[in-house]
Write a protein that binds this ligand. Structure first.
Ligand code: PSV
Ligand code: MN
Ligand code: MN
Length: 387
């Protein structure tokens, strides 16, 4: 039996990177609702991200999106973040909001457009050099809408060539993570639609190229934990973008739509060494808070990951293996479900307090006055783009 005390060393290490765009206004293609107190600058997004970390101890880094988060002085931004107790994390490129990329960016048939997209990634790498970021995350909005519209095979070749140029530019301590998504904005074919394609592309690049798994980017019913297990087995799971979905790329709060799925994923992460002290797997959120307040939305999210991690760590592995190996199907399933059904909220609250953190971060944030302060101080917040 594993006790709560046994799992705290691993819980202590849990770090979840938050996305800068979660703090900006976002919405659907129907409407973007403004939220009072929305950040007007990159610095204000970082201040909100640091607040999530202050109340939870779980979110020590914030991911940036270029050009949404462009500033003139990266060294100053880095100092600003560090003074608030967080680091600047993953740099996300953006090749989906430029007319030139209507028919593709890294895959475009026109070499000039491909080079423009590669150059954008070079700029992102310059940013990483200045911010000290380790990861360049690439999500591509490329594909086609109609059968016959594009040469899918030729596009894979051009993608490989463009990615190679980008990979050749990253530093020894940096990584390239390639995210996949099964559809949207392209509806017929997508150039990086699944983990297999991402894997094939990054495997050709080299050791520091990895796959990014966004939980919202799979067809309904996909066994995501199997993909996690396989990528960890191959040593190619670079990072997660956590969020929840009911239908498509909903970007809802992680663990809200299907807590059991999050549990199953975290069981495989742990099984594959993804939470070991020497693990390089980056846990990140990729979410939007369209109707709820953003900072509590992010606090809820990191707490959900923490809670499900604790339950997954409590899984009695020895007993499970014994049941599996003796072919006791129902005993194995019960052991698995026992861990999922364990209420860890009391233990987590007490443990947080013992570390000088609020026992109940949601309540502590609500009582802190931070939200009222930003609502009074900030008028005319920026739109985050989308995620
Ligand atoms: C678009 O689907 C997306 O949500 C991807 O998941 C990226 O990670 C995110 O936008 C930010 O570019
Ligand atoms: Mn994502
Ligand atoms: Mn997405």
């Amino acid at each position: 039996m594993t006790s709560f005390a046994d799992i705290t060393p691993t819980l202590e290490r849990l770090a979840i990177e938050v996305p800068s765009w979660a703090y900006g206004n976002s919405g659907t293609r129907f409407k973007v609702f403004g939220t009072p107190g929305t950040p007007r600058t990159v610095e204000e997004k970082i201040a909100d991200a640091a607040t999530v970390h202050r109340f939870t101890g779980l979110a020590p880094a914030v991911a940036l999106h270029i050009p949404w988060d462009l500033v003139d002085d990266w060294a100053a931004l880095r100092r600003y973040a560090e003074d608030l107790g967080i680091a600047l994390g993953t740099i996300n490129s953006n090749t989906f909001q430029d007319d030139d990329y209507k028919l593709g960016a890294l895959t475009h048939t026109d070499p000039k457009i491909r080079q423009k997209a590669v150059d954008h990634h070079f700029e992102c790498i310059d940013v990483m050099d200045a911010t000290g970021s380790r990861d360049l995350k690439i999500w591509l909005a490329e594909g086609s809408n109609y059968p016959g519209q594009a040469d899918m095979r030729g596009r894979q070749d051009r993608l490989a060539e463009s990615l190679q140029k980008i990979y050749d530019r990253i530093g020894d301590e940096q990584r390239l993570v390639l995210e996949y998504k099964f559809f949207e904005p392209a509806f017929y074919h997508t150039d990086v639609p699944d983990w297999g394609t991402s894997y094939v592309q990054v495997a050709a690049l080299g050791e520091r190229a990895m796959v990014c798994l966004d939980t919202g980017h799979h067809a309904p019913g996909t066994n995501i934990e199997f993909i996690v297990a396989q990528l960890l087995r191959l040593g190619k799971l670079g990072s997660f973008d956590f969020n929840s979905r009911f239908y498509a790329d909903d970007d809802l709060i992680v663990g809200s739509a299907d807590p059991f799925q999050l549990f199953r994923i975290l069981v495989e992460v742990i099984r594959g060494g993804g939470l070991d002290a020497d693990s390089d797997v980056a846990l990140m959120l990729d979410q939007c808070h369209n109707i709820e307040k953003k900072i509590p939305g992010q606090i809820r999210s990191v707490l959900n990951v923490q809670e499900m991690t604790a339950r997954a760590l409590l899984l009695d592995r020895e007993a499970l293996t014994a049941a599996q190996e003796s072919g006791d199907v129902l005993e194995a399933h019960e052991i698995f479900m026992d861990a999922f059904s364990t209420d860890v909220r009391g233990d987590l609250a007490a443990w947080r307090e013992s570390r000088g953190l609020p026992a109940h971060p949601m309540k502590a944030f609500a009582a802190s006055g931070y939200q009222d302060g930003i609502e009074a101080a900030r008028v005319g917040g920026t739109q985050a783009g989308w995620s």
